[in-house]
Design a protein around this ligand. Structure first.
Ligand SMILES: Cc1ncc(COP(=O)(O)O)c(C=O)c1O
Length: 476
């Protein structure tokens, strides 16, 4: 077995990759065509010859790495996928090698026990009662529950399924009666819309909550959405709020929305895929005030918690609701086998589930809570400083003050120019940013997520955007 030798080489190549990325010695992104890449990688030949080890493997890895998007690069500011911690990446390697599909306990007791621990760790962060480790006690006293999922989209869908089945326990067997709706702002992540389609509620049955110009829910107008639903004889499955929203990184007023939902007896789901990481920061966790009153929430560890993709979590305040999402009875109590653990399979959409908890745990345990808080606080602070800087530039404007590490802005030019500038930036390879539309206006958008991105990098970005636009105007 060449595993040890290949593995050692791999780690030293990856270390080099990390160094080159953080020192900006390589482009943050270079996009070649699919056929170019197929040829460069020699994919067909490698499969034909079965030769991917030793020097061949080293060569392939280096070519592969050249063609990755470098998340450790300070110029990487495009999307909400974090630069993972190396110990978390080792967790991915262990999980890949051991391949413990831990959704049933006997297929990975270690992985399942760690997932159990991580779910409880998150429940406690929210202030919800953790699950008893003695499974027989699960029905004895009220507590929360949760499951790690392959991404936030699945976590959102699972939450909405739990809400749907909580509202009407017959839907799972009989199908949707056609009178179900979800209330959510237009600024919600499109996985909510997708989920509405997938769980049979229908995308058209998402009733939009009124928002301000920056997409934040207006609490005073929420009653109108409820009236609209009631007048149309619709039943509300859930009300969804952003913590924070994907486009602007702004938080909906969770506390007030929670009170509203309680008063109207509506399931309150908080999409915290990105911004619930503020739970780890004493400086920013006030943004999540009232989260304890929600019924369900999600958080993506692969966004702001330095964990390799994918690793998300769905959490519910009342374990019974998740127990009844996929089954009528608590199957972990009534099965033919004797086991000392817990089968997550009854709580999840997936059947074969990776040991997601391992890389999540290994990341947090390598960093420690102080460093996680530092990372979150630093990225949020850099975004705030960038806001002050960009709005002081006469040729730029910023639509809203950031509340997280996401910041939108635009150079004073038309919408098409923003898109063309982004294309040129990406081609040049020093910066990779995204763009979004707010209230019909196109903005450039950055997510300060690489631990190495500083205000200096953002100042360089602004100078580069200005140069690109000047060149475009002068036709060069
Ligand atoms: C607010 C929000 N919810 C859900 C998701 C979906 O998460 P995932 O990409 O892990 O499926 C995202 C992704 O960016 C998001 O920003």
């Amino acid at each position: 077995m060449t595993f040890l030798k290949d593995g050692k080489n791999l780690i030293s190549i990856l270390e080099q990759y990390h160094k080159q990325s953080i020192e900006k010695m390589v482009p943050v992104l270079r996009q070649r065509t699919i056929s170019d890449l197929h040829e460069k990688f020699g994919l067909a030949n490698h499969i034909k010859n079965g030769d991917l080890s030793g020097d061949m493997l080293d060569g392939f890895i280096k070519t592969y790495l050249e063609n990755t998007t470098k998340l450790y690069h300070p110029g990487y500011m495009a999307h909400q996928v974090g630069a993972p911690h190396s110990t978390g990446a080792l967790g991915s390697l262990i999980d890949g090698f051991t391949n413990n599909a831990m959704a049933i306990y006997e297929m990975g007791p270690g992985a399942a026990a760690i997932e159990f621990f991580m779910v409880n760790y998150l429940l406690e962060k929210i202030g919800w009662e953790p699950m008893p480790t003695q499974i027989e006690e699960r029905l004895i006293y009220p507590h929360g529950a949760g499951v790690l999922t392959h991404g936030g989209s699945l976590a959102n869908m699972t939450a909405l399924l739990a809400a749907r089945n909580h509202l009407d326990k017959n839907v799972r067997e009989k199908g949707n009666p056609g009178d179900l709706v979800i209330l959510a702002p237009d600024s919600c992540h499109y996985s909510i819309l997708k989920a509405a389609g997938m769980i049979g509620i229908g995308e058209d049955n998402l009733i939009a909550l009124e928002t301000d110009n920056n997409g934040r829910v207006k609490v005073s107008k929420m009653g109108l959405a409820v009236i609209k639903a009631t007048r149309a004889n619709k039943r509300i499955v859930a009300l969804v709020a952003n913590a924070c929203s994907t486009g602007t990184g702004l938080y909906d007023p969770i506390d007030e929305i929670a009170d509203f939902c309680k008063e109207h007896n509506i399931w309150f789901h908080v999409d915290g895929a990105h911004g619930a990481s503020a739970l780890f920061s004493s400086t920013h966790k006030s943004r999540l005030k009232g989260l304890i009153k929600a019924d369900s929430m999600i958080i993506d560890a692969h966004k702001m918690l330095r964990t390799p993709t994918v690793c998300a979590s769905l959490l519910v305040k009342d374990a019974a609701t998740l127990d009844h999402t996929f089954e009528h009875t608590a199957s972990y109590l009534f099965h033919e086998k004797k086991q000392p653990g817990f089968d997550f399979i009854g709580q999840a959409i997936e059947c074969t589930k990776a040991g997601l908890g391992l890389k999540f745990f290994m990341t947090l345990a390598a960093l420690g809570e102080t460093n996680i808080q530092d990372y979150i606080d630093t990225t949020f602070r850099v975004a705030l400083r960038a806001y002050d800087y960009i709005r002081s530039q006469p040729d730029f404007c910023v639509p809203c003050k950031p509340e997280s590490n996401i910041l939108c802005f635009r150079i004073n030019a038309c919408d098409e120019d923003q898109i063309a500038i982004r294309d040129r930036l990406i081609e040049a390879g020093r910066f990779y940013i995204s763009s979004t539309e707010l209230a019909g206006v196109r903005y450039l958008r950055i997510v300060v997520i690489s631990p190495k991105t500083s205000l200096g990098d953002i100042k360089q970005l602004i100078a580069t955007i200005r140069e690109i636009q000047a060149d475009r105007v002068s036709g060069t």
